[in-house]
Design a protein around this ligand. Structure first.
Ligand SMILES: CC(C)(COP(=O)(O)OP(=O)(O)OC[C@H]1O[C@@H](n2cnc3c(N)ncnc32)[C@H](O)[C@@H]1OP(=O)(O)O)[C@@H](O)C(=O)NCCC(=O)NCCS
Length: 157
C-alpha cells in the first residue's frame, strides 16, 4: 500500500475556518496538561478569533487545521493572543511554520510582535526564544493560578 505524504500549507484564517479553529482551541485546552492554556475554551476562542487575525497550518488532504497563531493587529504592533498545535501532531514543526509566517508578515510591515507567556510554559518560551523573541519584563501574578507572565518582544529591524 502506498501512503501519500501529507502536504501542509500555511494560510490566513478566513471566516469559514473560525468554527474549526475554535474547536482546535477547545481540544488543546482540554488535552494539554498545561495551565497556561486552561483559560481558553471554544466560546472565548470564537470571540477572540472574530476580532483577531490568524495564520493557520492546514492539512491539504482534508483541510483540517493542525496549528495556528492568532494575533491582534494594532497597526503599530502585533500581539499574539495564542499559538497552538493539534496535540496529535506536536513536535513536527507546525508551530514553527505559523510563527515564521507571522514574523515574515510583521517584518514586511516593520512591526514588532509582542506577547505574554506563562513563566512555566517552557515549551512555548523555547519556541519564542528560538525565534528571536526577547524577554522585556515580567508581570507578577498575572495569571489566575498566581503565575507570572513574561512579556516578550520580537523586532525584525
Ligand atoms: C507550544 C506549542 C504551540 C509548540 O507546538 P509544536 O508544533 O509542537 O512546536 P514545533 O514542533 O514547531 O517546535 C518548535 C520549537 O518549539 C520548542 N518546543 C516545542 N515542543 C517542545 C517541547 N516539548 N519541549 C521543549 N521545547 C519545545 C522548541 O524550541 C522547538 O524547536 P526544536 O524542535 O528545534 O527544539 C505546543 O506545544 C502547544 O500547542 N502547546 C499548548 C498551547 C500553548 O501552551 N500555547 C502557548 C500559549 S498561548
Amino acid at each position: 500500500m502506498t501512503f501519500l505524504k501529507p502536504n501542509f500549507e500555511v494560510t490566513e484564517g478566513r471566516a469559514n475556518d473560525f468554527e474549526n479553529l475554535a474547536e482546535l482551541y477547545e481540544t488543546i485546552a482540554s488535552t494539554i496538561s498545561n495551565k497556561a492554556f486552561f483559560n481558553w475554551n471554544q466560546k472565548k476562542a470564537e470571540e477572540e478569533i472574530a476580532i483577531a487575525k490568524t495564520f493557520l497550518m492546514k492539512d491539504e488532504m482534508d483541510g483540517s487545521i493542525q496549528a495556528f497563531v492568532t494575533y491582534r493587529d494594532y497597526q503599530d504592533r502585533y500581539e499574539i493572543s495564542a499559538i497552538g498545535t493539534n496535540p496529535k501532531h506536536l513536535k513536527m514543526g507546525f508551530a514553527q511554520k505559523v510563527l515564521t509566517a507571522l514574523q515574515a508578515n510583521a517584518a514586511q510591515r516593520r512591526l514588532a510582535i509582542w506577547l505574554e507567556v506563562h513563566e512555566n510554559n517552557q515549551t512555548a518560551i523555547n519556541l519564542y526564544l528560538k525565534n528571536g523573541f526577547k524577554v522585556l519584563n515580567t508581570r507578577k501574578r498575572y495569571y489566575p493560578d498566581g503565575g507570572d507572565a513574561l512579556v516578550m518582544q520580537f523586532t525584525s529591524v
